[in-house]
Write a protein that binds this ligand. Structure first.
Ligand code: ARG
Length: 572
């Protein structure tokens, strides 16, 4: 894929400066900053040159601006800065044509070609409620996976199910006490049982001991224990599959902790040789210098059963062996920061040089999430509620004549899911936030529905205008709002790259809000009649140019929404 319009001009500017100053372009690259929008697009500060040139920065800037010629850029000095601004032409036509030609793939690139990114995300525990941190992991992970795919990376998405460990023993013994054998294939029932069993185990050590014992029997491969585990696992998986299908999230691999049943012993042996393991209160721990109050890395409990960390060590090795990754990401709540720090530390101690390619892509907590049904938040309930609330709004808007659709139900599902995705992704992943139904479902404001609506509006303007024109004259698009909108469109490829580098889908969310606002002020400015500015009746040439810009906006919004995993309805 060709470099984006934006980065092509940026590179040309850097190269012209470098040539004039007689230094390698790579040296200047990091010095170029986005300019103050009033003055241009790129800015080069000349302060660092003052000493060597024995001249005042404004004089240096003036001389450089005089000397530098870059086709398509207007270069001017402003005080100590050399500013470059996109000349309206050919920039305008290039941006529009690129976005329209690439459509929903606009914003992508090829920096990842030939490289593999392993992503561990979603990763709920079987026979337990999918908690909100799993939703965040799913939504954020899906966004990061899409960003990497758009940049040409091969993504190996792994849903690392929590399908091994003591918590499963809890469900099993809980089922003996509270289970209805007729409902053994009913996920909601398993979750009820789990909640009861968990409470009881906290109050009653003997019950907890029974759960541990059940897991011990699983690890000892007792057929009866394994049969029950298998059955419950399948029930959970069926339920999960339904939810992922609804969310539109797909994984390359559905494989959980149980995959490592027989791969933990070899890791422990290797650890014993290379790093050292020791006994501590009957448990086996990695022999490392620990900070005061730091819990040690446990490999086996005093009853010989293995732990989460033991399995993650085996899994990390397995992922390297299979994928030789460029990066291996763990999209997991910040609460598990210590676990991942220790995991990476142990792998490093084992001499795995690829540990530096691993990243704990952490995220904060969500407060205030509850549904009308109750406080145990089941993902299905959240999605159902989002849809029900969206449907109320859709009906209202249909009555008021603001929405036209012949499938209110389908539209409500798309809006409800979009609201949940966007409500999460507009936040930087590490910040905690408070979930608010009215906020995420607002049709005006910083919400998913607002952006889906902006996209649908571009579609409706195009329909009313007789479709996107095959040819148009880009030089007619001279309004400041048009130039601002173009700059927003031009930035998407840059935003995608930064978002992928920092594992921050929120950058795309912010960009969408900016672009939505730019489009909104463009076609509503100066008149009350929405869309009139684009749909001029009396000037066909101008109308064609504005429809082309609207079409480029449509493609860009669709591309951004799709990256975040949101639907892009054309009628709304
Ligand atoms: N199942 C775990 C939980 O629910 C998350 C697993 C994250 N991935 C990992 N490789 N540890 O907390």
């Amino acid at each position: 894929m060709n470099p984006s319009v934006y980065s092509r001009y940026r590179t040309a500017f850097v190269e012209a400066l470098a040539q004039n100053l007689g230094v390698p372009a790579s040296e200047l690259d990091s010095q170029i900053k986005p300019a103050d929008p009033a003055h241009g697009d790129f800015s080069f500060p000349t302060f660092p040159l003052a000493k060597a040139q024995k001249k005042a920065p404004p004089a240096i800037a003036a001389a450089l601006a005089q000397a530098i010629k870059v086709p398509g850029l207007e270069v001017v000095a402003a005080g100590p800065y050399v500013n470059a601004k996109f000349a309206p032409m050919p920039f305008t036509g290039e941006v529009i044509d690129t976005a329209r030609a690439q459509g929903v793939r606009y914003g992508g690139g090829d920096v990842g070609t030939g490289k593999t990114v392993v992503m561990d995300y979603s990763s709920p525990n079987i026979a337990k409620p999918i908690a909100f941190h799993h939703i965040r992991s799913t939504v954020i992970g899906h966004g990061i996976a899409n960003l990497h795919r758009a940049l040409g990376y091969k993504v190996e998405g792994i849903n690392y199910l929590g399908d091994w460990g003591k918590q499963f023993g809890l469900v099993a013994v809980g089922f003996q006490e509270y289970g209805d054998p007729a409902r053994r294939n009913d996920m909601a029932h398993l979750v009820e049982v789990y909640v009861k069993a968990n409470k009881r185990a906290e109050a009653e050590p003997a019950f907890d001991e029974r759960a541990r014992d059940f897991f011990r029997r699983m690890e000892a491969k007792e057929p009866e224990a394994l049969a029950l585990w298998k059955e419950f696992r399948e029930t959970s998986l069926r339920d999960f599959e339904r939810i992922y299908a609804r969310l539109g999230v797909k994984f390359e691999h559905m494989e959980g902790e149980s995959r490592y049943q027989d791969k933990m012993e070899p890791v422990i042996e290797e650890l014993a040789q290379k790093v050292g393991v020791k006994e501590s209160q009957g448990a086996t721990i990695v022999d490392l210098p620990y900070a005061e109050n730091e819990p040690p890395v446990m490999l086996k409990k005093n009853d010989g059963s293995t732990l989460y960390a033991t399995r993650d060590l085996a899994a990390a090795n397995d992922r390297w062996d299979r994928f030789h990754f460029e990066k291996s990401l763990y999209v997991v709540a910040t609460d598990q920061a210590l676990h991942f720090r220790q995991l990476f530390r142990v792998l490093e101690a084992m001499g795995r040089e690829w540990t530096k390619r691993m990243v704990h892509v952490n995220f904060g907590r969500v407060h205030g999430m509850s549904t009308r049904k109750g406080t145990v938040v089941l993902l299905t309930d959240v999605l159902d509620e989002a849809k029900a609330r969206a449907l109320e709004k859709v009906q209202e808007n249909i009555k008021a004549g603001r929405i036209q659709t012949n499938d209110p139900d389908g539209l409500a599902e798309q809006i409800g899911l979009g609201a949940i995705f966007f409500g999460d992704l507009k936040n930087r992943r590490t910040t905690d936030y408070t979930f608010d139904w009215d906020d995420v479902l607002a049709f005006e404001g910083h919400s998913g529905p607002y952006l889906q609506y902006a996209h649908a509006r571009t579609c409706s303007i195009l329909r009313k205008g007789g479709g996107a024109p095959a040819s148009y004259d880009a030089s007619l698009l001279t309004l400041p709002e048009e130039q601002a909108l173009l700059r927003g469109i031009a930035r998407l490829p840059v935003v995608v790259q930064e978002a992928a580098e920092q594992f921050e889908p929120s950058f795309v969310a912010r960009w969408l809000l900016d672009l939505g606002a730019a489009f909104n002020s463009y076609f509503t400015a100066g008149n009350q009649d929405r869309g009139k500015r684009v749909l001029l009746e009396d000037n066909d040439a101008l109308k064609a140019a504005r429809l082309a810009l609207t079409d480029a906006t449509r493609a860009s919004l669709a591309a951004g929404l799709t990256l975040l995993g949101m639907a892009t309805p054309e009628y709304m």
